[in-house]
Design a protein around this ligand. Structure first.
Ligand code: IVH
Length: 666
């Protein structure tokens, strides 16, 4: 292809990819397979790799940039980002309506009522249709420039069909509830403090200095307002929402238009018992005068518009009684107290327990056994105790004391100074072992299907296992002796155990439950060192030399292997045939990361072997035949049928010259 044709193809690909990601991320209705999408994406990447001068910031390949140093730059909004006045009752809504109507001299009007999304307000600046800047609300006047993080949000278009020299689109960045739950589960695995609610999680993710982290956090964006805009002819909020949607923004579809405040109120209350089932968190509703001309006449105060108001949902709270405080153990031996509550309905579910986190939390809130307490759902999701109702105290309530011994093994517990956690330090504590085993067999670890908590408990009770290594010594007759086991279920479990032996080093590392070694660290360690032995022999310096392995992880690994029993466990697992190796990938750089390459035809400047090695040293893999999995085909002279096959499949194809260029890239 000549340059003009290639440039045309590049533009076509960008348009197509933008459209497909809009269907996938914003509409949630993909029209092609992931594979087809990936292929187009790769083809675009190839063209851009070969012609870096053609890369523009609005290309779909430019969503994830690299880390910035220092903090975020300050940015002064062209027009301040106002906040909203709050109301908490129907009467206050009626007062708002009366004021608006009287200020407009009794004119007819309509209101648009939208959900108030609980996230972070962000201002997106587009010039001549190109996304050029994303800024947080900040104090309303000055925010922070978070452009590179905003780019990673797939539901934000990098280009919009607007010819305006400068248009600002405002809306809410939020984290969907499902992503929030997933993120917190991961953080608990990594022994990081979970986020209290989706809003905090979204805020924490947006303020990452490394956009690669933001990109992993699955944020989304609802557009709902216009900031400054030149050449703008939009006349109402309804029209604006329709236009934003045409621009391919995600617009929350729950908005309604009314001409009468009583209908507004009825609509707002229709959300009372269904707002919790939404896939995102809301904290109220926003009532906006529809007409922009009327908005303009009503004007703004310094802080808030006179034409809009936020109705805040009352926090969903309930009153109940603390029947007791029980303590459970995690796999790291941490004792976590929880309140056993008199069952109570709260925001659509029955709540029986609420975590009390640790000793300090209970002391600070002065929560006692027997207390009547107010509970609520944090971010409408996790039940938590807000406070005791002091007026209801009878004097019979008991102050909770953290046990001095482990509730499971009776061994001593310790609380290290400066830490909130109390831990059982007995390595043989059955509760801790039970949790460790549960982690070992879990899906992201060794993935042993059929070894649930109840069975693990039985195995421990029958002294059939003492540690995770013993799982591999289980025999058919051991299982048949347990409650609920028949021949078939015993065989299935044994098969699952056998299969897990080849799960690979990355999973074994994660499964061992070494503090701070999550699934990702396990993968990095496995691919860099290639074997358990090499990792055990590695110095802290060698470990921290890897990307993403910091001193905290390195020290924890060293501490883990310094315990003789852990060495014994590794040997035991190896003796049972658990695979402790991984394909080692000593990378020169990652320019071929994840590529599956087929070389075909005669290369002029290097041998086939040299080319293969070059790819592998850069994170790629070479295979001999072109299949759907192939991501790149390199052609020398006289390429044969592989070339034809690649063309039929639409696999990206590059010449030897392009290949050599690619090898030079970092
Ligand atoms: S309109 C001048 N609409 O609520 C009007 N705000 O307390 C500007 N919010 O800072 C806001 N959902 O972060 C508007 N549908 C919605 C909203 C919304 C959430 C947030 C926004 C704003 C805050 C005001």
């Amino acid at each position: 292809m000549d340059d003009a044709a290639l440039l045309a193809r590049l533009q076509e690909l960008r348009q197509k990819i933008d459209e497909l990601s809009y269907q996938y991320y914003t509409l949630d209705k993909p029209t092609v397979t992931d594979y087809e999408y990936d292929m187009m994406y790769r083809e675009l990447e190839n063209i851009e790799k070969a012609h870096p001068q053609w890369v523009t910031p609005d290309s779909p390949t430019q969503r994830v940039g690299s880390k910035i140093s220092g903090g975020f730059a300050k940015y002064t909004h062209d027009r301040p980002m106002l906040s909203l006045g709050d109301v908490f009752s129907d009467d206050e809504l009626r007062e708002f309506d009366q004021r608006v109507r009287s200020d407009l001299g009794g004119e007819a009007l309509s209101y648009v009522v939208e959900l108030k999304i609980d996230g972070l307000a962000v201002n997106l600046i587009y010039e001549h249709g190109q996304f050029i800047r994303g800024v947080t609300r900040g104090d309303g006047r000055v925010g922070e420039d978070i452009t590179n993080n905003v780019r990673t949000i797939r539901t934000i278009p990098l280009r919009i069909p607007s010819t305006s020299p400068h248009i600002e689109i405002r809306g809410e960045v939020y984290m969907p509830v499902a992503s929030f739950m997933q993120l917190n589960a991961q953080r608990r695995d990594d022994e990081l403090e979970p986020f209290a609610n989706p809003r905090n999680a979204a805020a924490g993710s947006l303020r990452q200095l490394d956009p690669r982290i933001t990109a992993q956090r699955k944020l989304a964006f609802f557009a709902y307002a216009l900031g400054g805009a030149e050449d703008n002819t939009i006349t109402s909020q309804e029209e604006l929402l329709a236009d934003l949607q045409k621009f391919h923004f995600q617009v929350n579809q729950e908005y309604r238009t009314f001409t009468n405040i009583e209908d507004v109120i009825t609509f707002i209350h229709s959300w009372d018992d269904r707002r919790d089932s939404l896939p995102y968190a809301t904290d109220g509703m926003v009532v906006k005068v529809n007409s922009f001309a009327q908005q303009h006449r009503l004007g703004n105060t310094v802080k808030i518009p006179r034409w809009a108001i936020a109705y805040k949902f009352p926090p969903e709270q309930a009153k109940t009684k603390v029947l007791g405080i029980s303590v459970s153990l995690g796999r790291t031996g941490v004792l976590t107290p929880a309140a056993d509550l008199k069952p109570v309905r709260l925001a659509g579910t029955t709540v029986k327990r609420a975590t009390l986190h640790n000793e300090d939390f209970i002391k600070e809130k002065d929560i006692r056994i027997g207390d009547t307490v107010i509970i609520q759902k944090a971010g409408e999701i996790i039940p938590e105790v807000v406070r005791p109702v002091l007026a209801d105290r009878t004097g019979k309530e008991q102050i909770f004391v953290m046990p001095k011994t482990c509730p499971s093994c009776g061994g001593p517990v310790v609380r290290v100074e400066g830490e909130a956690a109390t831990r059982c330090i007995n390595p043989d504590c059955p509760a801790v072992i039970g949790e460790k085993i549960a982690h070992f067999v879990s899906r992201d670890a060794m993935n042993i299907d059929g070894l649930g908590d109840a069975i693990v408990q039985q195995l421990l009770d029958h002294h059939l296992i003492q540690d995770v290594g013993d799982i591999y010594g289980l025999r058919r007759e051991d299982l048949l002796g347990l409650e609920g086991f028949g021949e078939k279920s015993a065989d299935n479990l044994l098969k699952a155990i056998e299969t897990s032996k080849s799960a690979g080093l990355a999973r074994v590392l994660f499964a061992l439950g070494i503090r701070f070694v999550g699934a990702k660290a396990g993968r990095i360690l496995a691919e860099s060192f290639g074997s358990m032995e090499a990792i055990m022999a590695a110095s802290t310096d060698e470990l921290t030399a890897l990307d993403d392995i910091g001193p905290r992880i390195a020290d924890s690994i060293a501490a883990y292997f310094a315990v003789p029993a852990h060495g014994d466990l590794i040997r035991k697992l190896a003796a049972y045939g658990v695979v402790m190796t991984a394909e080692k990938r000593q990378l020169l750089n990652a320019s071929f990361d994840g590529e599956i390459v087929v070389l075909t035809g005669k290369l002029q400047t290097m041998t086939r072997k040299e080319a293969e090695q070059a790819v592998e040293l850069r994170g790629g893999k070479c295979t001999s035949s072109v299949t759907k999995k192939t991501t790149l085909v390199v052609i020398g002279s006289d390429p044969g049928s592989k070339y034809d096959k690649a063309r039929t499949l639409g696999t990206p194809i590059i010449t030897e010259e392009e290949f050599r260029d690619w090898l030079q890239r970092e």
